[in-house]
Design a protein around this ligand. Structure first.
Ligand SMILES: [Zn+2]
Length: 76
C-alpha cells in the first residue's frame, strides 16, 4: 500500500469522525423536548420548547396571544 492511499484513507476517516461529531452536536442541540399546552382561546393543543416558557407567542390556529406555561403545567 503506498503512502498516498494511506493518507487518503486517514483523511477520509478523519473527515468522517469530524463530520460525525458535528452532526451529533447539531442533533443534540435540536433534540430539545417539546411540551404541549392548550390555547386558552380555542383549546387547540400547541407545541412549545422549554426555552419558550414565560414568553409570549401566537396560537397557530386562532392567532390568539398565548404565554407558554411552565413545564409543570404542560400537558401530554
Ligand atoms: Zn388558539
Amino acid at each position: 500500500m503506498d503512502t498516498t492511499v494511506v493518507l487518503v484513507i486517514l483523511g477520509v476517516a478523519a473527515g468522517l469522525v469530524v463530520g460525525g461529531v458535528l452532526w451529533w452536536r447539531r442533533r443534540s442541540r435540536e433534540d430539545e423536548s417539546f411540551y404541549h399546552f392548550r390555547c386558552p382561546k380555542c383549546k387547540r393543543r400547541l407545541r412549545y420548547l422549554s426555552r419558550q416558557v414565560g414568553h409570549k407567542g401566537r396560537c397557530s390556529n386562532c392567532s390568539g396571544d398565548v404565554v407558554f406555561p411552565p413545564i409543570s403545567q404542560s400537558i401530554d
